[in-house]
Design a protein around this ligand. Structure first.
Ligand SMILES: NC(=O)c1ccc[n+]([C@@H]2O[C@H](COP(=O)([O-])OP(=O)(O)OC[C@H]3O[C@@H](n4cnc5c(N)ncnc54)[C@H](OP(=O)(O)O)[C@@H]3O)[C@@H](O)[C@H]2O)c1
Length: 272
């Protein structure tokens, strides 16, 4: 299987590094290209054993999966570049936020299969939650191959193309929402009188440990919480204070705002 990455920026880097490290395919079967920053490609080739090239015909002639990893506003230029070289076997995987499958096919002037993925920055540590949506002509065995590639840098959920907006909100922007909550927790913690550095370090380790508990335990988050909440104890007192606020409603507002913005941006051909 041959993979080609058009665009080797921040997100594509996390994806091809995850794929190389997982040994799903040989690094020698991965090809990178970009607009002009050859230094970056050279560095990735040395670090990971992947190839790079600016010869579009050679890149595409026998490529199975072609990742489209430019910014959405650069896609018109990219489409002009690759359109004359598209081969019948090329299947496209777009990481560009907001660009519909029909628009990608139109600009590439092809009916070849196209998948859209919405990863998140946790791809850098192999833990992206990636939403995926396929064009109707994506065959079952190709879908399985793509799922395997995506599982190399985290987990995958298949949704309809319309529901990629929800995925964008919940897990695409999700890391930023959680960082924001953690920031508030640190700020509140420092008001209790401990040194700021101590609080930051403790909360960082608290978050890492709690994530590992969620990862390793078979219990639900609700049960994990109940297990450490004694009647009349300190945890119960803190949770009682939290229950005075509509936290669920706050997060619902947050996520609905992100969904609405995702819809707006995709209607404008703009970027997330
Ligand atoms: N960052 C995130 O958290 C995130 C999450 C989900 C989705 N996304 C999506 O991922 C995409 C890429 O974002 P990014 O942050 O990785 O961008 P980035 O770091 O700016 O990388 C963009 C890449 O595209 C290349 N490029 C531009 N025009 C090209 C062309 N005509 N032919 C070939 N390559 C071209 C650039 O090459 P040069 O360096 O040579 O200019 C660069 O390698 C975006 O569409 C974004 O919506 C990002």
């Amino acid at each position: 299987m041959k993979l080609v990455f058009y665009g080797a920026g921040n997100m594509a880097h996390a994806i091809f590094t995850g794929i190389v490290n997982s040994n799903v395919i040989e690094s020698n079967d991965i090809y990178l290209t970009n607009r002009s920053n050859e230094g970056a490609l050279k560095a990735y080739a040395e670090e990971l054993g992947v190839n790079y090239s600016y010869d579009d015909h050679a890149l595409l002639a026998d490529a199975d999966y072609v990742f489209l990893g430019t910014k959405p506003y650069d896609f018109e230029n990219l489409a002009e570049r690759i359109k004359p070289h598209i081969a019948q076997q090329n299947k496209f995987i777009s990481i560009m936020a907001g660009l519909p499958i029909s628009y990608i096919q139109e600009l590439l002037d092809t009916k070849n299969p196209v998948a859209r993925i919405m990863p998140n920055t946790n791809a850098h540590v192999g833990h992206s939650v990636t939403g995926i949506s396929f064009s109707n002509n994506f065959g079952p065995s190709s879908k399985e191959e793509v799922d395997e590639l995506i599982n190399a840098f985290g987990s995958v959920i298949e949704v309809s193309e319309d529901n990629l907006h929800q995925v964008t909100a919940i897990t695409g922007s999700g890391p930023a929402f959680l960082y924001h909550v953690f920031e508030q927790y640190v700020t509140a913690g420092t008001r209790l009188g401990l040194e700021k550095d101590q609080v930051e370090e403790s909360i960082r380790n608290l978050i890492i440990g709690t994530s590992k508990m969620i990862e390793r335990s078979e219990l639900s988050m609700e049960q994990l919480r109940k297990n450490i909440t004694s009647k009349g104890g300190t945890t119960q007192a803190g949770l009682n204070a939290l229950s005075e606020y509509d936290i669920e409603g706050i997060f619902e507002d947050c996520l609905r705002s992100a969904v609405n913005r995702s819809v707006e941006l995709s209607n404008q051909d703009d970027e997330v």
